[in-house]
Design a binder for this molecule. Structure first.
Ligand SMILES: [Zn+2]
Length: 314
């Protein structure tokens, strides 16, 4: 007759079962309370935008992954971390400028920035003279040229107090927008050229065709991000004078300036400084007068001016 067949055994068994039935809910509650505390700690150090009321509901305890796991935002299985810099980020370790804070203009202040792309040209010195006569400072986004006249023009732009920015060395769309590497190679060439000639490390630039165009569709975001990472600031425009169009005239340019400028207090005006754009040069005094008469301050760009840029494509 052993213990397992005795009346004592059955007595103990019944008592044990009763004790389990009585205490099980308390053990369960203690367990749930503990997981709740753990959740709270995780959330406290993680995302404070989560709805805290749901944390304390039974739902969140039964399905803690709903609130505690970041996998609701991204798939951990497909995320890859970049362990090293991208190859083009390692290029040209002297191609960096210090980013400055943007300085907002007064909300109702009227201000216009005249910009000239594609120079130097046979017209640049005339443009500079006109600007001097009107006591106006402008911005020149230049390309690469190394003849004596062009070299003296880069210097004139800087010496007369205007802003000089990068427009690319070659301006050949198929080449510069072929890859981030190709863009950087081109940019580095003209950037150094300008620095060697003028002593200016250009901090501002303009994309040929504007930052978002049909040639850089697949790559513009990556180029922009790389250029911003290096501290450079780019400017598109909100008033196109149309001087780049075939058959543009002094009066078509003035008409474009008038009809497009009335929408804005802050204006970046797109013009061209190239051998064939006599109309731009001829219209310039009228453009300056227009902005003065309409109470715009006419200024040059620098990297503290909040950019006017094109929206990314949807
Ligand atoms: Zn251009």
């Amino acid at each position: 007759m052993g213990y397992f067949r005795s009346v004592r055994f059955y007595k103990h068994l019944i008592i044990t079962v009763i004790l389990i039935i009585i205490f099980a809910p308390y053990i369960l509650v203690a367990f749930l309370f503990r997981s709740n505390l753990l959740l709270k700690e995780q959330l406290h150090s993680a995302d404070n935008s989560l709805d805290y009321t749901s944390v304390f509901s039974l739902d969140s305890i039964i399905m803690p992954s709903v609130v505690s796991s970041p996998s609701q935002y991204y798939d951990l299985n497909t995320i890859k971390l970049i362990k090293d810099s991208l190859p083009y980020q390692k290029k040209y370790d002297d191609l960096y400028v210090e980013r400055k804070a943007f300085i907002p203009s007064e909300s109702n202040e009227k201000i216009a920035y005249l910009t000239f792309d594609d120079g130097p040209s046979s017209l640049t010195l005339k443009i500079l003279d006109t600007l001097d006569e009107h006591n106006i400072k402008a911005t020149f986004f230049v390309t690469y040229k190394d003849d004596d006249l062009s070299i003296s023009i880069y210097k004139e732009i800087v010496n007369r107090g205007h802003a000089i920015g990068i427009h690319t060395a070659t301006h050949v769309y198929d080449e510069i927008y072929n890859s981030v590497d190709a863009y950087l190679d081109d940019f580095y060439k003209i950037y150094n050229h300008i620095y060697e000639i003028t002593g200016v490390r250009a901090e501002i630039f303009r994309f040929p065709g504007g930052s978002v165009n049909t040639y850089n569709n697949t790559i513009y975001k990556e180029i922009i991000s790389e250029m911003l990472r290096r501290g450079f600031t780019y400017y598109d425009w909100n008033v196109d004078t149309g001087d780049g169009l075939k058959g543009s005239t002094k009066s078509s340019i003035m008409e474009a300036v008038k009809t497009r400028s009335i929408h804005y207090n802050r204006i970046i005006v797109l013009m061209h400084d190239s051998n064939s754009k006599k109309e731009t040069y001829q219209a310039l005094p009228m453009i300056i007068d227009y902005y003065k008469e309409n109470n715009y301050r006419v200024e040059k760009l620098d990297s503290t001016v909040i950019p006017i840029i094109f929206a990314y494509r949807d």
